[in-house]
Design a protein around this ligand. Structure first.
Ligand code: GLA
Length: 403
């Protein structure tokens, strides 16, 4: 071989190796933070159906979301929570319940995708899930691979039966396992806030639970029958979010748990307050009701485009409490157009007049600003320096204030 041919051969080998390397590296180049640029929106089976999940349920829910206005409003992920899994095969791969999911998870994911929606599953960082099904501990890479083969788009990952595991380490392992598949899979950390995931989970998960489970009641802080703490009502969860606003942003969101809107334990104004707060907190909007048979009032809440726009605002700032009076509060969220979403919140038992000043919103007092009512769908007028509204007991008035 003369020198020239040898040189060409070497060049060809180096070129092939580089192409191969770029190809392999490229397949793994998913940035965790690039997933969920705005808070994820979707539906999850747990709050309404618990362990009563099946492929028929998931298909009919996907049909409903695709046709009842929810998909158009932005709802995307259809997530099966606990109890879809029953064991592992002889090679350790996770198995779905063959009675409840006779066509298998891949076929179900294909069905959900055919409706223009995305598909999610649930697992747990411990040896078992909270309902006692097989967890992913020791099977993280194998489970992630299986989810990717099934075309899963979202994983909720719980924290039962984890013993002395370190949360940051456990969630990092699964996050890396998901990224290594090369498939973009949104990662929902469900650790209940015990180890303050807002301090460590940015870059590991796309959302993290900040509290224990929500209950479908306005207010409660009762201990559970076993003496552990506590059954959390909606306003108790809101209270626990007050200091968490610095930690949320595009790709990494505080998650105050899934929605109870439409499940029957609160009044319509209370559910409007629930939905308003989740939007103001830039929380994931994961419906948890039976979306196949909801009342017009429930649907109007879940699909209110003006409130959803607050949640999905591309600036990605979480709102915070800016005033606290006796039984009322004011919360505000800066939006990308320089305006503010504002909640006038009456948590008390009698009606109340709740004021907000421009100074509290960070605007000069002399500035005229337009006030729009996001539940009344009407422009209220232009005001200078402050605005106040009558807010009935257990409810909110939600506004957009634009200078
Ligand atoms: C935990 C989670 C819930 C739900 C159940 C399922 O309690 O916090 O959201 O996933 O487990 O068993």
């Amino acid at each position: 071989m003369d020198g020239n041919v040898k040189w060409k051969l070497r060049f060809a080998i180096v070129l092939c190796a580089s192409v191969l390397f770029v190809g392999i590296a490229g397949a793994q180049q998913i940035e965790r933070s690039s997933l969920a640029p705005t808070p994820p929106m979707g539906w999850n089976s747990w709050n309404k159906f618990g362990c009563n999940v099946s492929e028929d349920l998931i298909k009919s829910v996907a049909n409903a979301i695709a046709s009842n206005g929810m998909k158009d409003a932005g709802y995307q992920y259809v997530v099966i929570d606990d109890c879809w899994q029953v064991g592992r095969d002889e090679n350790g791969f996770i198995l779905a319940d063959p009675q409840r999911f006779p066509s298998g998870i891949k076929a179900l994911a294909d069905y959900v995708h055919s409706k223009g929606l995305k598909f999610g599953l649930y697992s747990d960082a411990g040896t078992k899930t909270c309902a006692g099904r097989p967890g992913s501990q020791g099977h993280e890479y194998q489970d992630a691979l299986q989810y990717a083969r099934w075309d899963v788009d979202y994983l909720k990952y719980d924290w039962c039966h984890t013993g002395t595991r370190n949360a940051e380490e456990a969630y990092t392992t699964m996050s890396n396992a998901l990224l290594a598949t090369g498939r973009p899979i949104v990662f929902s950390i469900c650790e209940w806030g015990t180890s303050k995931p807002w301090l460590w989970a940015e870059g590991i998960g796309n959302l993290w639970r900040t509290t224990g489970d929500i209950s479908d009641v306005w207010s409660s802080n009762k201990k559970w029958p076993d003496g552990s703490c506590c059954q959390l009502g909606m306003v108790n969860i809101v209270e626990l979010q007050a200091d968490l606003y610095p930690y949320a942003g595009p790709g990494h969101w505080n998650d105050p748990d899934m929605l109870e809107v439409g499940n029957g334990g609160m009044t319509i104004p209370e559910y409007q307050a629930h939905f308003s707060f989740w939007a103001l907190l830039a929380a994931p909007l994961i419906a948890g009701n039976d979306v196949r048979s909801m009342s017009p009032a429930t649907k109007d809440i879940l699909t209110n485009p003006e409130v959803i726009a607050v949640d999905q605002d591309k600036l990605g700032r979480e709102g915070r409490r800016i005033a606290k009076y006796r039984d009322s509060e004011v919360w505000a969220k800066p939006l990308s157009d320089g305006s503010r979403a504002v909640i006038l919140f009456n948590r008390g038992e009698s009606d109340s007049n709740v004021p907000v000043s421009w100074q509290q919103l960070g605007y000069p007092n002399h500035l005229p600003a337009k006030v729009r009512d996001l539940w009344g769908h009407r422009d209220v007028g232009s005001f200078t320096g402050s605005y106040a509204a009558d807010v009935p007991r257990h409810s909110v008035v939600m506004l957009k204030i634009t200078p």
